[in-house]
Design a protein around this ligand. Sequence first.
Ligand SMILES: *[C@@H]1O[C@H](CO)[C@@H](O)[C@H](O)[C@H]1NC(C)=O
Ligand SMILES: *[C@@H]1O[C@H](CO)[C@@H](O)[C@H](O)[C@H]1NC(C)=O
Ligand SMILES: *[C@@H]1O[C@H](CO)[C@@H](O)[C@H](O)[C@H]1NC(C)=O
Ligand SMILES: *[C@@H]1O[C@H](CO)[C@@H](O)[C@H](O)[C@H]1NC(C)=O
Length: 256
Amino acid sequence: MKTISLPQSLLVFLFLCTCTADPLGEFCNNDSNIRSSSQISANIEKLLVELVSKAAITGYIATSYGKDQDTVYGMAQCRGDLSSKDCSNCIQDAAKQIRQRCSNQFDARIWYDYCFLRYNNRSFTGKVDTSFGIYYFNVENVTDPTTFNKELGDLMDKIRSQAVLPKNQGLGRGRTVLSPFVTLYALVQCTRDLSQLDCAQCLAIAVGNFPNFCNSRKGCRVLYTSCYVRYELYPFSPLDLNKTIGVTSKAVVVYP
Ligand SMILES: *[C@@H]1O[C@H](CO)[C@@H](O)[C@H](O)[C@H]1NC(C)=O
Ligand SMILES: *[C@@H]1O[C@H](CO)[C@@H](O)[C@H](O)[C@H]1NC(C)=O
Ligand SMILES: *[C@@H]1O[C@H](CO)[C@@H](O)[C@H](O)[C@H]1NC(C)=O
Ligand SMILES: *[C@@H]1O[C@H](CO)[C@@H](O)[C@H](O)[C@H]1NC(C)=O
């Protein structure tokens, strides 16, 4: 075994660093292994090129690549409160990381705070899917759960009804001033392929799971294939803030 001195190893690291951000989570369907003879890997690469080049134009793209057995369907979407530059950076990271993390699967999904990307050999658009979930919650709890949960519920109702309006493209966001020093910020986002009814359903399931995963926490995120829900006691949307404050969070991954 060859050992290398510290300065050298640092140099090697810097040199090799592709510097893509880590995702919040991914789902690699282990029942979707790619056969070595298949054309599908090459098609996934081609699909990703298209997702990366076009997603940031409107913040959403659903497309496919290839033919017959080797067709692969893909979707990429950014949160609706982002600049196209932030969107583009996120989709680029997602495309790189999904191939590294799910290198041998044709059914793969990857979640970032700013974007979501997936592909499969079956068409999936217009189908609501909450089978796989990732939850991030603040380790701290609020001091007055009764009032907080009431205000949170009211704010969620309000922004969910925004999200289902076609003109809002699946996005709802808002805030509630809880006291002179404390403001609650929340954002919900459905994937844009969903009908009003399916968007409402996805968000209802996410919010319905608050008691299980977000119970009186100071902040929480629910990441599903079809929708995203987040609330915090600090601004986290680029539209609300100048700088996001880091907090300690724990993740829970729920398999179907
Ligand atoms: C797929 O298999 C890998 C390796 O065994 C495992 O780490 C991962 O959790 C599995 N993914 C799912 C969704 O079951
Ligand atoms: C997707 O791939 C699986 C496994 O190779 C295959 O059984 C299935 O028919 C494919 N689906 C489509 C729509 O081609
Ligand atoms: C928050 O409440 C949960 C139970 O609801 C508890 O397990 C956890 O330790 C609390 N966290 C803190 C930081 O007190
Ligand atoms: C950024 O901070 C300034 C000064 O604190 C504030 O006036 C402004 O509203 C903030 N910008 C946004 C987008 O919230």
